[in-house]
Design a protein around this ligand. Structure first.
Ligand code: PAP
Length: 333
């Protein structure tokens, strides 16, 4: 069935979704088949859709970081939605006590509480109005370290990075992109997408470069970059939430611990709780995507239900090669 580009949601449009001034620029960038039917372009050594790159460039040119900003950085499908909810509730717990009945997390999707810089605020290439943000501003991005706006590096802005087992990331991404594609028109073959992933052609990929850059920064600048793993938060949620609070200089008091605030934050942000909220079962984001697409299984190790022996061997080989000597271990794999 033929579908005209402009009748597609913005995230599925190729060059029609970007401003006139940017279009020429894309004609000279390397391009590959995208995960959602459109193309991905290589800009500053990472892959993304034309519309995303437009947002990245606008953000690089216009975003002015503040010392008190907190930016959540993730590789897509690493658990962004989960960490957005944890961050929002943690940092705003004075303004919005966790036991409050009409807490914002209960009525808004985490992506509406902590917007993406390049995918939401700067997506149209325009200067957004950030005046409604109160300090500390909570923002998020998938942008690789080397492509962050300069002011983020020059300021005391803190970066919280979340990583996840690439096998689970791949499976999560495969499901996610198939849901967002117009599946009455086509679907992604897992084999084809797997080959692209291993070649490094995935949103904001290569995955390994993304992870390794932030890993290195977290070692060199531990007060600026906190490196977290999805699997570690699953295994030791209380410990990791307290680490996050310490890093952000808003540690829990003994009184809060005794009142059960830490446990309540983890409960509110759990997959079970978030995925059953009405806003997340029937609401939509401003981009047109349904909120429910961000909640699938929320488990560690679902890749085992999909990977063949050959896929496992191939990805093991790539992981060994790319992460060798970095000191980064995927302990929970
Ligand atoms: P994004 O990067 O596109 O924003 P992101 O939130 O990172 O997406 O990915 C969604 C994944 O996080 C899904 O994983 P799955 O496909 O393996 O199931 C989703 O289920 C999982 N997820 C969402 N919320 C939670 C949560 N509260 N706890 C644990 N995992 C979660």
């Amino acid at each position: 069935m033929a579908t005209s580009q402009t009748s597609l949601p913005k995230y599925l449009q190729d060059l029609e979704g970007v401003n006139e001034v940017y279009r020429k620029f894309f004609s000279v960038l390397p391009k590959e088949k995208g995960w959602m039917g459109t193309y991905m372009y290589n800009y500053q050594d990472f892959w993304a859709s034309a519309r995303t790159i437009q947002g990245v460039i606008a953000c690089q040119q216009q975003f002015q970081a503040q010392d008190s900003d907190i930016i959540l950085v993730t590789s897509p499908k690493a658990g962004t939605t989960w960490l957005k909810s944890l961050l929002f509730v943690l940092v705003n717990r004075k303004k919005h006590p966790v036991f409050e009945q009409n807490h914002p997390l209960l009525v808004k999707n985490p992506h509406d509480l902590i917007p993406f810089l390049e995918l939401t605020l700067y997506a149209d290439g325009q200067v957004p109005n950030l005046s409604s943000f109160t300090s500390p501003r909570l923002l998020s991005t998938h942008v690789p370290f080397a492509s962050l706006p300069k002011s983020v590096l020059d300021s005391r802005t803190k970066l919280v990075y979340l990583c996840r087992n690439p096998r689970d990331i791949f499976i999560s991404m495969w499901h996610f992109t198939n849901k967002l594609r117009l599946h009455h028109i086509d679907t992604n073959s897992m084999e084809e997408m797997f080959d692209l992933f291993c070649k490094g052609v995935s949103p904001y990929g290569p995955f390994w470069n993304h992870v390794l850059e932030y890993w290195k920064q977290s070692i060199e600048k531990p007060n600026k970059v906190l490196f977290l793993m999805y699997e570690e938060i699953k295994a030791q949620p209380k410990l990791l939430l307290k680490c996050l609070a310490e890093f952000l200089e808003c540690p829990f008091s003994i009184e809060e611990e005794n009142l059960g605030v830490v446990d309540e934050i983890l409960r509110m942000c759990s997959f079970e709780s978030l995925s059953n909220l009405e806003v997340n079962t029937s609401g939509k984001l401003s981009t047109g995507a349904e909120n429910k697409v961000f909640f699938r299984k929320g488990e560690v190790g679902d890749w085992k239900n999909y990977f063949t022996t050959e896929m496992n061997e191939k990805l093991n080989h790539v992981i060994e090669q790319k992460f060798q000597g970095s000191g980064l271990r995927f302990l929970y794999i």
